[in-house]
Design a binder for this molecule. Structure first.
Ligand SMILES: Nc1ncnc2c1ncn2[C@@H]1O[C@H](COP(=O)(O)OP(=O)(O)OP(=O)(O)O)[C@@H](O)[C@H]1O
Ligand SMILES: [Mg+2]
Length: 401
């Protein structure tokens, strides 16, 4: 890892909330630590046999694999909707089965943390955990299947299967993800997510966003404590600077990560992309001079959504990102305010699509800006190593967090 800026942060560091308006039926996460037995016993989840999941995924066939991350591989499978027993492919309910493929304590810890939080928290913008499997060395997690996969694929993959997301879909996804985060920060949940990034935002068939991966989540500070002290973990490019420097974790660290994702959605560029020219590897660093200039700020926008938004909406969205990215955490908004700001940027569903809506003047920002950032379109064609780098979790990660 070391200087590998784009990989998931797993380095030891010696230094080292609001309410959403969505329908919520959750139970607060107890702030007292619970034992593994307590977590597994109390969760409302099905305890699957390994063989059941093997059958449901057709023996973890490679062509059932839908993705791979630092935790392991994710497979598509089928279960009976009621009994949750393995079903014939194409029948019953579709599930996503995540199989831990790393050894050691850190993987087990993240597996258990996921069950601890997602076993108790329920919200329309959090992915639903259905069950788990703990058998011999096997550790798996079973989720509702999210047919449109993760946001990073839609923003950054060049395969023709993924059409560029329209402006209105980007704003819809931003709102859904913000509601999920606002719920986590609410008094009801009081959780710091710690790994907010485009690959952890999953999309259902109607592009409703749901947060996944709670392996790094933490209870927020109790009583009048201002922060939680932790080892620095998360993903380079998304982690807040003060958290990286001190290990002091607050809900405002998540707000910073939200700002990075917002900037990714507006620009179509990855948070970290080593395939770009020197000086452009870090999205935030690259964008800073543009964000600081009223004249240039709109030049960070993704050319693929040219003409789909009004200048007023674009400025509102970019200003929101700028506030979330404030170096000083106290200047960052709380997630409830982010939700309110994004609600104002929603377009009626029937206007969704690649084209501009009729009632507002749209601007083709790039057609007239010859001095805009170069290589803008590289995000469409270039592959990034950010994702690949996060496939490997260094062994230094293992230990308490
Ligand atoms: N519930 C799900 N339904 C459909 N696809 C899923 C689901 N969960 C994960 N995936 C797919 O599997 C991929 C890998 O997910 P995973 O969470 O293991 O890794 P990641 O988020 O890409 O990386 P990291 O380990 O750094 O968090 C996702 O990007 C997504 O495409
Ligand atoms: Mg993930």
């Amino acid at each position: 890892m070391g200087s590998c800026f784009s990989s998931r942060i797993k380095a030891d560091s010696p230094l080292h909330n609001g309410n959403s308006n969505s329908k919520v039926s959750s139970v607060s996460v107890p702030s007292t630590p619970r034992t593994e037995g307590e977590i597994l016993m109390s969760s409302n989840l099905k305890n699957f046999f390994f063989n059941e999941l093997k059958t449901a995924t057709r023996n973890f066939r490679p062509d059932s694999m839908v993705g791979e991350g630092g935790f392991g591989s994710v497979f598509k499978g089928w279960v009976d909707e009621n009994a949750l027993t393995a079903a014939k492919p194409g029948t019953g309910m579709v599930i996503a089965v995540k199989r831990l493929n790393q050894e050691g304590l850190q993987g087990h810890k993240e597996w258990l943390t996921e069950i601890n939080y997602l076993g108790q928290l329920r919200h329309p913008n959090l992915v639903k955990l259905i069950g788990y499997c703990l058998e011999d060395d096997h550790r798996l997690l079973v989720y509702e299947f999210m047919p449109r996969g993760s946001l990073d694929n839609h923003l950054f993959r060049r395969a023709s299967y993924f059409q560029p997301l329209s402006w209105s879909l980007r704003m819809k996804i931003a709102l859904g993800a913000a509601k999920g985060l606002a719920f986590l920060h609410s008094d009801e949940a009081k959780v710091i997510y710690r790994d907010f990034k485009t690959s952890n935002i999953l999309l259902d068939s109607a592009y409703n966003a749901k947060l996944s991966d709670f392996g790094l989540a933490k209870d927020g500070p109790a009583g009048d404590r201002s922060h939680v002290s932790t080892r620095v973990m998360g993903t380079y490019g998304y982690a807040a600077p003060e958290y990286m420097a001190t290990g002091h974790l607050t809900a405002k660290s998540d707000v910073y990560s939200f700002g990075v994702v917002m900037l990714e959605m507006l620009s179509g560029r990855r948070a970290v992309d080593k395939n770009r020219p020197t000086g452009e590897h870090s999205l935030v660093e690259w964008a800073k001079p543009y964000l600081a200039s009223k004249r240039k700020v709109l030049q960070v926008f993704d050319a693929r959504i040219d003409g789909q938004y009004s200048v007023a909406s674009a400025l509102k969205a970019v200003n929101l990102a700028i506030r979330c990215l404030s170096t000083e955490p106290k200047f960052r908004p709380i997630m409830n305010d982010v939700v309110k700001a994004l609600e104002q940027l929603q377009e009626p569903e029937d206007m969704e699509g690649p084209g501009p809506s009729q009632n507002e003047p749209r601007q083709n920002l790039h057609a007239s800006s010859s001095n805009g950032p170069q290589n803008r379109r590289k995000s469409m064609n270039g592959t990034s190593n950010a994702r690949n780098a996060s496939l490997h979790r260094p062994s230094a990660a293992r230990g308490n967090t």
